[in-house]
Design a binder for this molecule. Structure first.
Ligand code: ZN
Ligand code: ZN
Length: 216
């Protein structure tokens, strides 16, 4: 894998560690972190910081019986559950995403949205939405701006826009300031995981008409 060039911001990492992000963004952050040593280290230090703050405030005691009880629960788990926990195979999707989808890219129920582009909206809580996008090599997405935040993680291939080039592991964070026109690179179809907390603003008519049907 090429070196990751586009990372999460400290603000997002802190919010992730504090557990205040909507589920859709959480999934994108967790998936990036599983690919990126740099952001994982930062998230770990925020976790440690949060833990230290908590320790100052309250003393948490874990009863002697807790460990035994947990081990007993695990031993009583149905064999199938244990099997699915280990069913992940190395693929395009990193572990947190495979757990969410229940498999790799080949187990996604893609829906065509035109121009060869396919999407799959994942189930999450309502404050934000997250989808997988499959963009054939060389295809351009409609140019748009944003009414809220948009976080896009590349899982396969690459795309380029006004902000640069994004390849596997790279994350693009867009807000009201950014107007962009992502184009998938030639050579390999591009697969992205993208979360938004507000509808996009399209500049041309056709995507605007299609918008309610595509839930973007
Ligand atoms: Zn990173
Ligand atoms: Zn965008």
């Amino acid at each position: 894998m090429e070196k990751i060039k586009h990372h999460l911001t400290d603000e997002i990492l802190m919010a992730y560690s504090a557990g205040t992000l909507p589920e859709a963004f959480n999934l994108v952050v967790a998936t990036h972190i599983s690919l990126c040593d740099e952001c994982r280290a930062a998230a770990d230090s925020y976790d440690a910081l949060g833990g230290a703050v908590l320790e100052d405030q309250e003393v948490v005691t874990i009863s002697d019986g807790a460990l035994k009880a947990t081990l007993k629960l695990i031993s009583e788990m149905p064999k199938d559950a244990i099997k699915t926990m280990h069913a992940r195979k190395p693929g395009i999707f990193p572990a947190p995403l495979q757990d969410y989808v229940g498999g790799d890219a080949d187990s996604v129920e893609w829906r065509s949205v035109g121009m060869g582009v396919k999407q799959a909206v994942l189930k999450t809580s309502k404050e934000a939405s997250v989808r997988l996008l499959y963009i054939p090599a060389g295809v351009a997405m409609p140019d748009h701006s944003h009414k809220g935040k948009e976080m896009t993680l590349v899982l396969q291939g690459a795309f380029s826009d006004e902000d640069g080039r994004f390849a596997r592991g790279d994350i693009e964070i867009a807000d009201q300031e950014l107007h962009h026109h992502p184009v998938a690179e030639e050579g390999e179809d591009c697969i992205c995981l993208t979360a938004t907390d507000a509808p996009l603003k399209f500049n041309s008519l056709i995507p605007r008409i299609a918008q309610p049907f595509l839930r973007i």
